[in-house]
Design a protein around this ligand. Structure first.
Ligand SMILES: CC(=O)N[C@H]1[C@@H](OP(=O)(O)OP(=O)(O)OC[C@H]2O[C@@H](n3ccc(=O)[nH]c3=O)[C@H](O)[C@@H]2O)O[C@H](CO)[C@@H](O)[C@@H]1O
Ligand SMILES: C=C(OP(=O)(O)O)C(=O)O
Length: 431
């Protein structure tokens, strides 16, 4: 089984190129099957979740041609089946986007309830409420969501909770409904805007994405397009925190700095210097200790839940006590138990973690509990004294392309190993 082995203590230095946003890519791939024409998607990250999504698409008859590592040609003209198999669904949460895409195009979809990382319950009641309001009949049979409609008709839909998934799913279905849909209390995340822009480039009529009211006029048909996915603000933020925690100096390139505002604001608060350019952001960690800070995860433009473990690791090494409040998912603090093996000190009470910073973390063997928690533990290993081994890195590979190689290009001593022999070789190399 693959592991990351890390020798900590080297400040990361240099520049790193950020790839396309996984969470935008997953919505866009599903939306791409809504036309019978050919769609070309560029800047697609080569990560496990995206590749599973592509496999699920080919299983229902979508033609897929990989042009290069980050470019794909898709044609959904010959979809013979609206039933996505559980085999794919259990692995990724975003498989639920097939519901909105298939229901919009074929007025019928059968998709098992989603899987994905265990970061808390992932209800889809709002998605289903939206589909029902548009006129679909929705039933759950043996764990499969079966949605069908003779016709979808535009309506006024209010989301009780701000939900990225529900906003995107309803937007997809409503794009091909009859008439006008207004979705209120929408999520405003960059990935919501990217999916809306993609659908518009296919001929959809969506206005207001990025605000809390989205207005859609349904169209009977969508057409082919060529589209490039936005940069991944969470991948970028992860390297920015790696720079902070190792007292390094890292520039993330190919980013949209506006999407990183909440992350930058916290990096400044904990004592980093940050320089912003048109498409790059440079983070310089402090010479001395990081400072404590309180943080609460919120929908965009608030501090992202997907960046909570990364700041949690930084605060574990900061001077003083910090409170981290997780308001989106109830099970996103598992990395703190692993961090305790490295000398971290935290107490979780309800949806808040009280973190008391320690002067030094020491290397330890740990398991990645989920995607972002796993990435955060890698940051901890890079900052710690001694050797860290991280198991279950399959979670990290869900969302980070070439994570170890990109970190090595910044000077990190990290290797992905499969055997004891490879691990020993690494130890000999790093001394
Ligand atoms: C608002 C938010 O930060 N969303 C994040 C969430 O999106 P994801 O789409 O997975 O989650 P949602 O945005 O839908 O969930 C937001 C909140 O709404 C609740 N909910 C959601 C749908 C529903 O039908 N009923 C319901 O009650 C969820 O339990 C959660 O507490 O995880 C993704 C991966 O980590 C992130 O990229 C998103 O930025
Ligand atoms: C948890 C994540 O992904 P997903 O919602 O696809 O499980 C994430 O991107 O941090």
């Amino acid at each position: 089984m693959e592991q990351y082995i890390i020798k900590g203590g080297t400040p990361l230095k240099g520049e790193v190129e950020i790839g396309g946003a996984k969470n935008a890519a997953l919505g866009i791939l599903a939306a791409a099957i809504m036309t019978d024409d050919t769609v070309i998607i560029e800047n697609l990250p080569d990560v496990a979740d995206v590749n599973i999504m592509i496999e699920a698409m080919s299983q229902i008859g979508v033609h897929i041609e990989k042009i290069d590592r980050h470019t794909i040609k898709i044609c959904g003209a010959d979809i013979g089946d609206v039933n996505i198999e559980y085999e794919y669904i259990k692995k990724i949460r975003a498989s639920y986007y097939f519901l909105g895409a298939l229901l919009g195009k074929y007025k019928k979809a059968e998709v098992p309830l989603p899987g994905g990382c265990n970061i808390g319950s992932r209800p889809i009641d709002l998605h289903l409420k939206g589909f029902k309001t548009l006129g679909a009949k929705v039933v759950i049979k043996s764990g499969v969501v079966c949605a069908s409609a003779s016709n979808l008709v535009g309506q006024h839909i209010f989301l009780d909770t701000v939900s990225v998934g529900a906003t995107i799913n309803i937007m997809m279905a409503a794009s091909m409904a009859e008439g006008r849909t207004v979705i209120e209390n929408c999520a405003k995340e960059p990935h919501v805007v990217d999916v809306a822009n993609f659908l518009n480039s296919m001929g959809a009529n969506i206005k207001g994405a990025g605000t809390d009211v989205i207005r859609i006029v349904g169209v009977p048909k969508l057409h082919g397009t060529e589209y490039s996915i936005i940069p991944d603000q969470i991948e970028a933020g992860t390297y920015m925190f790696a720079a902070a925690c190792t007292h390094g100096d890292v520039t993330v390139r190919n980013v949209i700095p506006k999407h990183l505002e909440a992350t930058v604001s916290k990096l400044l608060e904990i004592g980093c210097r940050v320089e912003q350019f048109d498409t790059a952001v440079r983070v310089i960690g402090p010479e001395g200790s990081l400072s404590a800070a309180n943080v609460k995860t919120l929908p965009y433009p608030g501090y992202p839940t997907d960046m909570q473990p990364q700041i949690g690791v930084a605060l574990s090494m900061a001077e003083g006590t910090s409170i981290v409040t997780e308001s989106i998912f109830e099970n996103r603090f598992k990395y703190l138990d692993e961090l305790a093996r490295m000398g971290g000190s935290a107490k979780v009470e309800g949806n808040a973690a009280i973190i008391t910073g320690v002067k030094h973390l020491t290397g330890a063997r740990m398991s990645a509990p989920d995607l972002r928690a796993g990435a955060a533990l890698v940051i901890a290993g890079l900052a710690a004294d001694g050797i860290t081994i991280i198991d279950d890195i399959v979670y990290i590979k869900r969302g980070y392309e070439d994570f170890d190689a990109k970190l090595r290009s910044l000077g990190a001593k990290i290797e992905c190993v499969c055997t004891e022999r490879e691990a020993r070789k690494f130890m000999l190399k790093v001394g």
